[in-house]
Design a protein around this ligand. Sequence first.
Ligand code: ADP
Ligand code: MG
Length: 485
Amino acid sequence: MDYTSLWKAALGEIELTVSKAHFNTWFKNTSIETIEDNEVRICVPNGFTKEWLENKFNVIILRALNNLKANVYRVHCRVGKNLIQPKNPLPQTSYRINLDAAKTPNTTTHTETQNVHGTQNTQNTQAHHVPVRKKVSSYTFSSSNLNPKYSFSSFIVGSSNELAHSAAKAVSEKPGESYNPLFIYGGVGLGKTHLLQSIGNALLRKDPTKKVVYTTSEKFTHELLASLQNRKISEFKVYYQSIDLLIIDDVQFLSGKEKTQHEFFNIFNALYNVNKQIVISSDRPPKSIATLHDRLRSRFEGGMIADINKPDFETRIAILSAKSHQNSYFLSEDIIRYIAEHVTMNIRELEGALNRVIAVSKLGREELTFENAQKILGELIDANKKKGTTAQDIIGVVCDYYNTTLDELTKKGRKKEIVHPRQLAMYLLRSELVLSYTKIGREFGGRDHTTALHAYEKITKEVNNPKSRIKDEVDILKERIYSSI
Ligand code: ADP
Ligand code: MG
């Protein structure tokens, strides 16, 4: 298969795995230049795309290519200025595919004509002017994006989230005065988005003239890139610098994105200097966000940092009672206790379990008995999610979390930043999939089974040590493994 067909086929698969917005932003106008020594070299239109494809989408790209038997371990991107489609493509450039041209002529083909500074290559101004203008005129930045379902009144407070909750309330009452920025971190499904959105909703209720924007770091990056491509960067900056309350969810995705961090830093400073409130969330504390620029890290650390932990038993009971009440469905105490005892990971799962019991019992005629509830939840509980998980899933999650690549984990080397994720990945392959040590060693570049055994024993010891932070890491990784299925 030649590179054009190979990349086309891989893109077909990638398109099914990533969201439409991601696909359009990051994969259009890319092409394979070469594959050599198990490394695929992809030509991309700008530095943003390079960062995203190399750091965030590398696993997906490798998976898609390897499914097509390409045998690649590394993704390397080169920012190419030669991506412009000539009006009549010459045969030697025909391997560069243009998805736009193939699928939606006349829409966003302008992206390939610009570099990261938004300057346009004069060669093809004529051909692409119309779509550029069209896009620019319809282009808008994030509006408030608030969902009214998230409010402080529907947020149950327990010991696991009380600090974050009271800081969030204080910020919504006196934005820019009490804690700036407010940085909330915790694992998936523990209520970060709920709290962040509640701050925005509460402030707007108090003063509807305030300009509140909720966005995610991924969306922020998309917008930044789009505004560069549309030569709207100054509007972008003016817009973001005029906000009263800026809420950015999941900033861990800024990790490794130098250029986005740079723009974000400038916006952050501009807002901070005029006492505008900034609220940020992440799945981990600032110091654990790899490749976060020091100046941004110290900005984050300069405000209030509040964590959210897993809900304790009492809080789980309170959440279940409140939520069944909201659904006008009254569950007996023993059923509520049963769910609270068995679903412990996070609140999203707790809601899922409750909704399932309610939905199934509403279908039946008889009253819901404890035994019925037990049966309904049976499939959900008891490590049910383990089925379907593959070694690739686990390694992918670990690479993503530690911002590394499959190649780094498998090649020889004992750098601390690599040894730790490698050992965790080995541990998880054993604990979650019960793979043999020999097989695990093979997954990591043909290492000896004793290396895998050593990794498993070392991490097991850490996990059982209450003072060690490794258990938290393992929990976060497990949550990600199972929530990504
Ligand atoms: P995160 O952003 O941390 O992944 P979310 O804010 O999306 O988590 O929360 C997951 C679900 O759990 C949401 O439906 C949210 O409303 C609910 N939830 C989380 N924490 C609480 C809480 N303390 N009280 C009530 N509902 C909660
Ligand atoms: Mg969230």
